[in-house]
Write a protein that binds this ligand. Sequence first.
Ligand code: BT5
Length: 286
Amino acid sequence: MDKSQQIGNQGLGGLAYTGSLDETLIRKRLSANKIGRSIKLFDSIDSTNKKAKKMAAKGAIEGSIIIANEQVEGKGRLGRTWVSKKDTGIWMSIILRPEFAPIHAAKLTVISALAVSQALYGMIGQRMLIKWPNDLVMNGRKICGILTGLSADRGKIHYAIVGIGINVSSRRGDFPPELAESASSILLETDRIVDRNELVAEILNSFEELYLQFTRTGDFTGHRAAYRELSVTLGKRVRVLRPEQEFEGLAIDLTDTCTLLVRQDDGRTREVLAGDVSIRGTGGYI
Ligand code: BT5
């Protein structure tokens, strides 16, 4: 059922406030069994990923969720900041204990991106697209970022933390000036107020399905196909920004381990493991 409201840009006023997260309301729509078995909800926290790490180190079970209405030290990759203003989005981390080898860890980022995109599509029929490796965008603006962290040694994952940040009802003034062009929210891009509790539940439902599909069968081909359909990166000319060297080329595919294959102008194909990729010729952030 689509309970989101269609609203015009003018009358937002206080309407964009969609209330606080509520475990009972999340559970009402949750059909996943494993993911979401434990939900720890905070009104304000430093970072859900930081908390998840501590809980995982103390033995928290797979599928535990840490979620907050506000993060005051939200983290992006490489020590960057993730803006997480109160009640405007979903700031959540999932604790996982996968039995696969660490080389497959980037699949968790892809699974998360697919889960977020599918969940929103199911609710309002609009798609978020995936910008490799960890962003979801609408109309070229970043709506969601994913941060996957790992504790592993000798080929074994002790635990993985998947952190998902989604701007749901943020308005322009909720972002600092330096993000004015690049960041946006579901509300700003679609004019829809999406219920955060329902979106959390739908993401967990999709995540569980995609996660179990892979962990039970070892088969990632369906996920890759879904990724290719939602990718804004594949088939585009990209600039790969890496500390040691920058280069340009054509993004040709996502590999089985979720690295990006880029064909340089001299015909050489390079595999990009992680890093920042900007898409050429689109202007703006992506
Ligand atoms: C990410 O890093 O995109 C990963 C973000 C993960 C956030 C979640 S929230 C729950 C969990 N707990 C945490 O503490 N973190 C995770 P990266 O690709 O490095 O992008 C970070 C960059 O995105 C920043 O340097 C800004 O330029 C931009 N940014 C920051 N906040 C943003 C926001 N709310 N919306 C869009 N862009 C943002």
